[in-house]
Design a protein around this ligand. Structure first.
Ligand code: ADP
Ligand code: MG
Length: 263
């Protein structure tokens, strides 16, 4: 088994409650209200993941699935400058795709799983995981369908993060069906999530302040580590571990700067 890497968030305090950062071979979810920094964290980690391990990175490429149309290459350049990476190189190391609907989101994952075989990718960002599913399946009667599709997507994600053994058909010599064992992916999956706007909703997944991520049980089971982001005093933001197999439920304060997430 490949060694798990931890990718820094850009904030030392935030990293410390995560025991060093978000892990590879695992699915992490950050959820919170509008403007709490989910997209900024996604951008920051897309740059940090490219740094050498000694600097909190994973020396790898990044795949970015954007479902809300909020990815900004200029932000990548600004963040790259903070970390001393050439802005053009930083952008080239990010494979960006805009998901247009939930079917397309699933397709993108299939395409990416082929790219991951090369073993260069260390981070997969999905900002945000539920947006397309919420738009495509908005009626109550469609909830079961949505959850089934979501489950399919998440199973694929889990497979990609862990990447135990990946087989594929080499070339088009289907008759020979030459199954080749390739590499473990060793990827950190970071997905962002929205919170339920209905404050009266079941408190099952609610944080201390009642914020509840969307996606129900299906998403809850798929996320290894869940982190609630919220606004604090002034410009401060607060991250709180909600559900983790190896981190205590601690809080950290971070800020959003021109150079991305910071202390
Ligand atoms: P979310 O995705 O959770 O809705 P974002 O990650 O988009 O939230 O964060 C939005 C916040 O980031 C806003 O408060 C905005 O002012 C701040 N922000 C965006 N760009 C910069 C920047 N270059 N410098 C400082 N703050 C920024
Ligand atoms: Mg956002």
């Amino acid at each position: 088994r490949k060694k798990v890497v931890r990718i820094s968030t850009g904030s030392k305090q935030f990293d410390s409650i995560l025991n060093g950062g978000f892990q590879s071979m695992s699915i992490s979810e950050v959820f919170g209200e509008f403007r709490c920094g989910k997209t900024q964290l996604s951008h920051t980690m897309s740059v940090v993941a490219q740094l050498p391990k000694e600097l909190g990175g994973a020396a790898g490429r990044v795949a970015y699935i954007d479902t809300e149309g909020t990815f900004r290459p200029e932000r990548i350049s600004q963040i790259a400058e903070r970390f001393g990476i050439d802005p053009d190189t930083a952008q080239e190391n990010i494979s960006y795709a805009r998901a247009l609907n939930s079917e397309h989101q699933l397709e993108l994952l299939n395409t990416l799983s082929q790219a991951f075989v090369g073993g260069e990718y260390r981070l997969l960002v999905i900002d945000s995981i539920m947006n397309c599913f919420r738009v495509d399946y908005c009626g109550r009667g469609e909830l079961a369908d949505r959850q089934q599709k979501l489950n399919q997507f998440l199973m694929k994600l889990a497979h990609m993060a862990e990447g135990e053994k990946y087989y594929y058909l080499r070339g088009f010599l289907v008759a020979l069906a030459d199954l080749v064992w390739l590499a473990e992916f060793n990827v950190c999956v970071l997905m962002t999530n929205q919170v339920q706007s209905d404050p009266g909703a079941s408190a099952l997944f609610a944080g201390a302040d009642g914020r509840k991520p969307v996606g129900g049980h299906v998403l809850a089971h798929a996320s290894t580590t869940r982190v609630l982001l919220r606004k604090g005093r002034g410009d401060e933001r607060v991250a709180k571990i909600q559900d983790s197999p190896d981190c205590a439920e601690r809080e950290a304060i971070y800020v959003i700067t021109n150079g991305g997430i910071n202390d």
